[in-house]
Structure formats: C-alpha cells, structure tokens
Design a protein around this ligand. Structure first.
Ligand code: 5AD
Ligand code: SF4
Length: 460
C-alpha cells in the first residue's frame, strides 16, 4: 500500500491493535489496520513492540470495560521499544466505549491520548497526527452518517475467511442493550456493493464469507424497494464462494424463506447462531424481543426440517431484572429441548441509559451465580453429546492454523463450525496448508472440539 503523505509523523511508527468485543469490533479493527498501514506505519502484535497502541472496545457488558481499564492502566509500566523515536507511547481508544464516553474517557484515563468513536474510524490517522504534533489529548466522536460508509482501506486478519458487513447499526432497542445507542440506526448496504465485495474477496483467494450485521434478517428495510435478506443470501451464494455464513440473526425477523435456503443453497453452511436470550415469555416481553418461546421453538423445528443436521447456537442472559425461578426454569427447558451445539451465557449487566438499567427487581448476585452455574452444566452436556455423535465421521475442514498451545497441532473448522484438531504431519508446513481443505477422520470427540486424523493429501 502507498504511504499516505498527509500524516508525516506517523510514517515508520509501529502500531498494535487490541480488540475486545464482537465481530463488528474486529472488523472495525481490520479497517483501522488498513488505514494505519496506508500511512506508512508497521503493524506489530504485542503492546511492548508498539509505538502506538489502539484499543477497540465493546461496552455491551461491564466485563469488557473492566478488561480495557486493566490493560490501559498496566501500559503505563511497559517500556517503549528501544528503537522508538517517541518519548512516550501513544494510546488511542475507539469502538463502542469511545463512542459512548467521548471526552469523559480522557478524564477517567488521563494518560490516554486519543479517543474516537464508531462513526469516525477514518479520522484516526488525523487524530494521531494531531496528538503527536501538539502533545494535546484529543477526543472526537461523530453521530452516525445517513449512508453506509464505504471505501475505507482494510487489512484482513485472515487471508481466506472474511467478514462482509451488510448492515450496520440496530433499530431493535432490546431493553438491556447499549448497541443501538453506540452504533446508531440500522443502515443497509446496497446489494450491488455487497456482491461486488464478495467477488473481490473471492478473487483475493477468500474461501469463506460471513455476512455481518447486528440483525442481518432485517436487511433492506431502509433501502428503495426494500430488498430482503433472502435475496442477498442468494446473490452472494451465486458468486460461487465456497462457504457462506451470516451473523447475527434476530428470531423475530427470521423468515421461512431464509430458513428454506439452508437446505437449498449448497454453499450456505449448516450452522446458525440464533440468540434467544430467555425462554420465559414474560422476560422476553420485558426485554422487548417481540417473540415467544413457542415461536422460537417453531423456528427451530422449521430449521431442522430444512436442514436436519444444522448446528445451532445461542446467547442467554441470566438474571435479567425480575427473572423468577419459574422464568429461569423456562429458559432451562428451552435449552434442553433445542439441544444446542454451543450456548453463550451472560450474567445480566446493567448498561446506563438502557431501559432495563432502571428496572427494579434486580436479581441478587448469588442467585444469578447459581442459575449461571446450573446452565453451564447442561450446556456442557449438550456440547459433549453433539460432539460424541461425530465419532468416526469423515469431515472436511478449512485449515486455520495451529493450536495456540501446541504448534504441532493444526486447527480447522467444519461446515458446522466445529473446531477440529489433528496432528500436523512432519512433512507438512502450516504456512502452505493454511486456507486449504483437509479431510479428517474423527477419532476422539471432546466437549469443545473434535480430534481426528488427516486422511487427505493437502499437497494434491
Ligand atoms: N447484559 C448481559 N448480556 C448482554 N448482552 C447484550 N447486552 C447485555 C447486557 N446488558 C448479550 C446478549 C447478546 C450478546 C452479544 O451479549 O446475549 O446477544
Ligand atoms: Fe442489541 Fe437487540 Fe440490537 Fe441485538 S437486536 S444489537 S441485542 S438491540
């Protein structure tokens, strides 16, 4: 990429991006990396090696915020790299927390230099240049623009699996959720742009595309002619991408038309993340979710009719204000009936400014903990049972890399998004087989992953 000469102070500096949060935040980080590389900066992994550290953060739950504050405080004690031309490391915070807190963050964390929001990631180079020039601390957050932002540079984390945003923002205002306040109203990207980006990704060697949005199912409501999500799925499937996925889906907007595509589009992978949040109709109503437990279970039936082997995952919030033992039992019952491959459980975390934060009837933390622990047990049992069914199965994985704990073990994903581990054979070079498909015979299903033997030749 050609260095951007408008920011002379950035040229040659190293940067590290630390991301806490969802895929949307991770995708924003890919844009930021693209922008900073275009300014002639060099990307490094660790904070220790970096002249500039950019934190991209999520504020959906308090835990992500606490992690951010811990990291930012500990940086004060980390020395700059010996070769650094700076006298002090530059720290920037962006993402949802930047958008929500703006200048307030500079007051809480006085050694932070730059704060930016979710709608002005393209101004980061200018803000960094300003802080380097004047040693002033700068905060800038903008309101959402009225159209879908395009043409930002991008440096993808993976060469073969890509996120492709189709909507940004959210109009749903679930009562516990901060996202609509920090990401703005829902905006859809025109179909031609989505298909054009899918084609470019394929030409770049990408094998797997995940269509991205807070609620991809409501795609198109704000566009002329109101194109539907099913049309987008078909159009992207028609580009010939090997593997197609999407996230996230709101049950109230998941149509029969989309469900049927699971059986019909050969490259639409048999896995769906469908957050239910609670199995109690009373709590669902208080959450402003606009569906009932029965409606959700009906969707699951339809999905399993269209694609019997589909792998389902969900999100659950435990301890929403007013959750009684009976409400919790309803959630437990729903999880038992669906038999998810994976369940992400979260303790309710009050987010200031959301309607639920001022609801009375907080559930005491010991009760939340007991319910949370109760769910983990059943979630683990189901994950174990689902994986046990794969013993002796022959699966095809897309190779991602090696295990963080053991460089001799390769890691890949099946169409159902299960993680597979297998021993890397001595003659195999991971750099050569990353992004290739391998056939694996599953010999040892574990609870959270499958272990197997490679049965195909990656060099063929
Ligand atoms: N407290 C706990 N969990 C939350 N989530 C969103 N907001 C909150 C909150 N205030 C969870 C939901 C959502 C996931 C991304 O995070 O389950 O699906
Ligand atoms: Fe938050 Fe609800 Fe929008 Fe999801 S659909 S981002 S939970 S408001």
């Amino acid at each position: 990429m050609k260095p951007d000469s408008s920011f002379p102070r950035l040229k040659g500096l190293t940067f590290s991006i630390q991301t806490f949060g969802c895929q949307m935040n991770k995708h924003d980080s890919e844009h930021i990396a693209g922008e900073l590389l275009a300014c002639g900066m060099e990307q490094v992994k660790s904070i220790e090696e970096a002249d500039v550290v950019v934190f991209i953060t999520c504020c959906v739950r308090e835990s992500a915020e606490s992690r951010l504050f811990g990291h930012v405080s500990s940086i004060k004690n980390t020395a700059l790299p010996a070769s650094s031309p700076l006298t002090k490391r530059v720290i920037a915070i962006g993402g949802c927390i930047g958008q929500r807190d703006g200048e307030g963050l500079l007051k809480r964390l006085p050694h932070v230099d730059v704060v930016f929001g979710t709608h002005n990631i393209e101004s980061l180079p200018a803000l960094l240049e300003r802080t380097l020039q004047s040693e002033d601390h700068v905060a800038q957050t903008l309101d959402a623009s009225s159209s879908f932002p395009t043409d930002l540079p991008l440096s993808r984390e993976s060469a073969y699996a890509a996120w492709l945003p189709i909507t940004i923002g959210c109009d749903n205002f679930c009562t516990y959720c901060i996202v609509p306040y920090v990401r703005g109203r829902e905006k859809s990207r025109p179909q031609e742009d989505i298909v054009a980006e899918a084609r470019t990704l394929i030409a770049d060697g990408v094998k797997e595309i995940t269509l991205l949005g807070q609620n991809v199912n409501s795609y198109g409501r704000d566009l002329y002619g109101a194109p539907r999500f099913a049309e987008i799925l078909k159009a992207v499937s028609d580009t010939g991408i090997d593997r197609l996925r999407f996230a996230t889906s709101h049950p109230k907007d998941l149509t029969s038309e989309v469900i049927k595509l699971f059986g019909a589009l050969p490259n639409l992978m048999p896995a769906l993340h469908l957050p239910v949040q609670s199995g109690s109709n009373r709590i669902l109503e208080r959450m402003n979710r606009h569906y009932t437990k029965d409606h959700y279970l009906h969707l699951i039936d339809q999905l399993r009719t269209a694609c019997p082997d589909i792998a389902l995952s969900t999100d659950i919030i435990v301890g929403f204000p007013g959750e009684t033992e009976q409400d919790f039992q309803d959630t437990y019952d729903l999880i038992e009936r669906v038999g998810y491959s994976q369940v992400f459980t979260f303790k309710y975390s009050p987010r200031s400014g959301t309607p639920a934060a001022s609801m009375p009837e907080r559930v005491p933390s010991d009760v939340v903990q007991r319910r949370f622990d109760g769910l983990l047990k059943i979630v683990e049992d189901h994950a174990h049972m689902n994986n046990a069914k794969e013993l002796d199965a022959q699966v095809q994985i897309l190779v991602e890399g090696t295990s963080k704990k053991n460089k001799g073990v390769l890691v890949g994903k099946t169409p159902k998004n299960q993680t597979v581990h297998a021993l890397l054979e001595p003659e195999m070079d991971i750099e050569e087989i990353r992004g290739k498909y391998l056939d694996i015979h599953i010999t040892e299903p574990k609870t959270w992953y499958l272990f197997g033997e490679i049965t195909s030749d990656p060099y063929e």
